[in-house]
Design a protein around this ligand. Structure first.
Ligand code: GLV
Ligand code: MN
Ligand code: MN
Length: 406
């Protein structure tokens, strides 16, 4: 199959209509729902056509093997799920590039001296069950299996129920030492989520580090009541309190250089036009360069949102839902990859504020990332983009690394 179709990577063109979200724009591809299932089937077909053997592990991650599975395999890939209303590149670019790099190696008659696999990690964005990098966290034991089984989606379906519907045994969710032991090294290629490469005028970088980050649920509690019958001075409206709390979140980053804090999702209970809400859930995403700075930021936010909510007679409870400490990719591996790909100045090492399965896997196996230039830096949005020439440069780089490693 040709690498390009209609001026874009052929693999991305093949899935360009899968999971389009006509309401939000962009794509909504969530774990084991329609679009994600279609993409999994597409991946299996694409990989099998290449001569790879495809399997699903105990946690719903997909593996396509060139040669016998592990040990000491060179594994490359990313994810196919998306944020709600996300772009076409975050995740799929890494999967398509991995398939393309393996296709090129096979077509050239290259014989690997160690196993190789393309990996698709499940629920990287956490858009259905709330925990980012769920598939890689389960694989590595980074989340307790009982806690994971009990996670619920927006329709009240547990992960255990969803796994069963997808053909997995929920009792087998969790740390998978055998699958992990097969990985000798993991490489994830990803569209850059920022403007580092644009500013440097280069198409491809190696990742140096990932900000510490996590998710917290802020539950603001007030008094549900009637919108017409309750005088303004008698209200304890948690949605007004949440509005103040969200401004407090933004203000709290002020004293924390390099920190980012976002509330991108709200749930108003019960959510009626003529009803003063009784509670509001607001999800906080907070990130900073170090673990300590992120913890300090979240402590400052917790204090600030509590004070802000009191103005409206409301209270706030803060619950941690996930946490990932700062990831520093192995400097020796980063240096080696940069020299394999060219002089250091040509292939920069860049930090990122975005989380990745490579960051989760890095705690257990040597891991590295390649970034492909994103002309605007916009990501998690339908506007996310990478020029086709830069995508091809990313595949060239991945192919070069695979050749040197296999
Ligand atoms: C994943 O893309 C994240 O950084 O949240
Ligand atoms: Mn993402
Ligand atoms: Mn991603």
């Amino acid at each position: 199959m040709s690498e390009l179709a209609h001026g874009m990577l052929a693999g991305l063109a093949e899935i360009a209509d899968t999971g389009r979200d006509s309401r939000r724009g962009g794509y909504s591809r969530h774990l084991w729902q329609g679009a994600d299932l279609e993409l999994r089937a597409w991946f299996a077909l694409r990989a099998e056509r290449l001569g790879l053997s495809v399997e699903t592990d105990r946690n719903g991650n997909l593996w396509a093997w060139w040669g016998e599975p592990g040990p000491d395999a060179v594994v490359t890939g990313s994810h196919l799920d998306s944020v709600p209303g996300g772009g076409a590149y975050d995740g799929p670019l890494g999967v398509v590039s991995a398939l393309e790099a393996v296709a090129r190696l096979r077509a050239s008659g290259f014989t690997p001296s160690r196993p190789c696999a393309v990996l698709v990690c499940a629920e990287e964005e956490g858009s259905r069950f709330g925990i980012a990098c769920l598939g890689s966290r389960l694989l590595t034991g980074g989340i307790d299996a009982d806690r994971a089984r009990a996670l619920i989606d927006a329709d009240g379906i547990t992960l255990a129920q969803a796994a069963r519907r997808a053909g997995l045994d929920p009792a087998h969710l969790g740390a998978d030492r055998d699958a992990l032991a097969r990985i000798g090294l993991f490489i994830e290629l990803h569209v850059e989520q920022g403007r580092g490469l644009v500013d440097l005028g280069r198409p491809v970088a190696v990742a140096s580090s990932i900000l510490a980050h996590g998710r917290w649920r802020l539950t603001v509690t007030g008094q549900g009541n009637h919108a017409g019958a309750t005088p303004m001075e008698d209200r304890r409206d948690p949605l007004v309190a949440a509005a103040r709390a969200i401004v407090a979140v933004q203000d709290a980053t002020g004293g924390h250089p390099g920190a980012r804090a976002t509330v991108g999702r709200l749930e108003v209970v019960p959510g009626g036009t003529n009803v003063i809400a009784s509670s509001v859930h607001a999800w906080l995403d907070a990130r900073a360069p170090t673990d300590a700075e992120t913890r300090d930021l979240v402590a400052a936010i917790a204090a600030a949102v509590g004070e802000a909510a009191q103005v409206n007679g409301c209270s706030v409870a803060v619950t941690e839902e996930s946490w990932t400490g700062t990831v520093t990719f192995d400097p020796e591996l980063v240096g080696r990859f940069r020299s394999v790909l060219g002089a250091d100045a040509l292939v920069p090492a860049l930090p990122t504020g975005a989380g990745h399965d490579a960051g989760v896997l890095a705690a257990s196996v040597p891991s590295a990332m390649l970034f492909v230039r994103n002309p605007t830096g916009v990501s998690h949005s339908p506007e996310e983009f990478a020029e086709v020439g830069d995508c091809v440069a990313g595949i060239d780089a991945l192919e070069t690394l695979l050749r040197s490693l296999l």
